[in-house]
Design a protein around this ligand. Structure first.
Ligand SMILES: Nc1ncnc2c1ncn2[C@@H]1O[C@H](COP(=O)(O)OP(=O)(O)OP(=O)(O)O)[C@@H](O)[C@H]1O
Ligand SMILES: [Mg+2]
Length: 503
């Protein structure tokens, strides 16, 4: 009875959380990793696996099983129970796997996992099959009709959730878009392929990783990807931003403090290091950490030992460290601005994230398309990127990297009037021939504009129309009668200026 109630509670919770995940933009890896576990629990089963159909190849792949030993399984179409569900689109409830003709035991052999009962439900969306939700080994008895019903509702919600992720499949085609290696990490350029490879390899160990790259290249995102692809994915990922911490508080922020350790400390507080226990501690902008604190951090990095501020007890925490910076730590170390012993401890695995301009045209276009989709959904504006924008996007040097591209696209989507974003909508600043930032020309243009409109005095009590007309005349005078320059200074079209002057 009690077990029954708990299961019902878990079912409600699962469905309502899924709703929240759908409403917010989800990190899919995260969703999938915690999801399978909760599905299994809510259905009173041992395990759950989500099988996804690859829209490009037709293969059926499991991204996440609650199988720590395997990260991905692949099944050809029509093979085994999953293949059967994909072929027929029907729910299959197997009470005794060993006796079922559809059952093929190769996966069980591969995973060394004995299956007794199994519930497999198709996941569909807009009439297209996207995957299969599979729940294994009911703890007591077999899967009931109620379980079937619940699993169907769940599968429908999952199908919806895909629409809000990078996996979203084509409306008219079966399957999902499973090309990228990490969700929400876009770009398949050779430059990024080697980054992904290092990240996957580092993720499988507990090694400390140092991410180095220009601002906006995706260091924060990749730090998360390391965590999500590691065995620690279920434990916390704790972000420490070394720039925003006031120097006086860094130590207590990192290591916590005991009650009464300083004025205002009226209770014991656990630091980020302890909060990350079992998981990953991400030290962002590590180059900004004050020298004094670098020493304290070094001890923790070397021995995983620390004390809370005002505490005597030596504590330990089991965390993987990932650090990121856009600074040249080697040069800083050579100049005595960064402790070289700490630098060497941090760069066990050092990964260089390439700037966007060297990642090549395909990455820029893929990212732009991804951001257009994302912001079109978020701002509920169904816009597309006009193919004619590609040249400008590729030619632009992107000094602010992916973040700048993201911001550029968001602004363009928000401001868009029609259904297509044009090159003009993107409002990219044009680099001059030297390839350098056109700071001088931007400043000059701004100066010209202010000079044209500065301190124009109008008599009081004018009607708005009359005030506009006189103001426009005055600006035109300042621009020596050049209507284009005047329109620019007023930030209106030449036609509008002409109309204003006519009245
Ligand atoms: N490969 C990518 N695919 C999709 N989105 C990306 C990618 N790389 C970066 N982004 C997005 O671009 C923005 C900037 O990335 P992020 O914050 O990780 O950069 P960063 O290197 O940490 O920058 P900074 O040094 O300024 O802190 C984020 O919104 C991130 O989600
Ligand atoms: Mg960052």
């Amino acid at each position: 009875m009690l077990a029954g109630r708990m299961e019902t509670d878990q079912r409600f919770e699962l469905l309502s959380d899924l709703g929240a995940m759908i409403a917010g933009e989800v990190m899919l890896d995260e969703l999938l990793a915690t999801f399978a576990d909760r599905v299994a629990r809510a259905l009173g089963a041992e395990r759950a696996t989500l099988w996804l159909i690859d829209g490009a190849t037709g293969e059926i792949r499991s991204r996440v099983a609650t199988l720590p030993e395997l990260t991905e399984l692949r099944v050809p179409q029509g093979h085994g129970v999953v293949g059967h569900v994909v072929a027929t689109g029907e729910l299959v409830n197997i009470r005794d796997a060993a006796r079922d003709p559809r059952w093929v035991d190769d996966i069980a052999r591969l995973t060394n996992y004995r299956v007794t009962s199994m519930l497999s439900v198709p996941i569909a969306r807009r009439e297209q099959l996207r995957g299969v939700l599979q729940v294994l080994n009911k703890l007591e008895g077999v899967f009931t009709e109620r379980d079937e019903e619940f699993a169907r509702v769940l599968a429908e919600q999952i199908g919806r959730a895909f629409d809000y992720t990078t996996l979203r499949g084509a409306d008219t085609q079966r399957g999902l878009n499973l090309t990228g290696q990490f969700n929400h990490v876009i770009g398949n350029s050779p430059a990024m392929a080697s980054v992904y490879e290092m990240i996957v390899r580092a993720a499988q160990t507990d090694a400390t990783v140092l991410l180095h790259g220009e601002t906006g290249t995706g260091k924060g995102l990749l730090a998360r990807a390391i965590h999500m692809n590691s065995a620690r994915r279920e434990a916390p990922f704790v972000h420490v931003d070394c720039t925003t911490l006031p120097a006086a508080l860094v130590e207590s922020e990192l290591f916590g403090h005991e009650r009464g350790s300083y004025t205002g400390a009226d209770s014991r507080v656990i630091g980020k290091v302890e909060a990350a226990n079992g998981g990953t501690l991400f030290l962002d902008e590590i180059g900004e950490l004050p020298l004094l604190l670098q020493g304290k951090l070094l001890r923790f990095v070397q021995q995983r030992e620390f004390e809370r501020v005002g505490g005597r007890e030596t504590l330990t925490a089991d965390v993987r460290l990932v650090a990121a910076t856009n600074r040249d730590l080697a040069a800083m170390a050579a100049q005595g601005q960064f402790r070289s012993d700490l630098y060497f401890r941090l760069r066990v695995v050092e990964i260089e994230i390439p700037p966007l301009r060297v990642r090549g045209a395909a990455d820029i276009i893929d990212l732009a398309g991804h951001f257009v989709d994302q912001f079109a959904r978020r701002h509920r504006k169904p816009v597309r990127l006009a193919p004619s924008t590609h040249d400008a996007l590729i030619a632009y040097p992107w000094p602010g990297n992916v973040r700048e591209l993201e911001n550029t696209i968001e602004r363009a989507v928000v401001m868009a009037r029609g259904s297509e974003l044009s090159t003009k909508d993107l409002a990219l600043r044009r680099p001059d021939d030297s390839g350098l930032w056109p700071v001088a020309s931007v400043l000059a243009a701004a100066a010209e504009v202010t000079a044209a409109t500065e301190a124009i005095a109008l008599p009081p009590d004018l009607s708005l129309e009359e005030a506009e007309r006189r103001y426009a005349r005055a600006v035109l005078d300042r621009c020596d009668g050049n209507q284009s320059a005047a329109a620019r200074a007023l930030d209106i079209s030449r036609n509008r200026l002409a109309r204003l002057l006519k009245v």
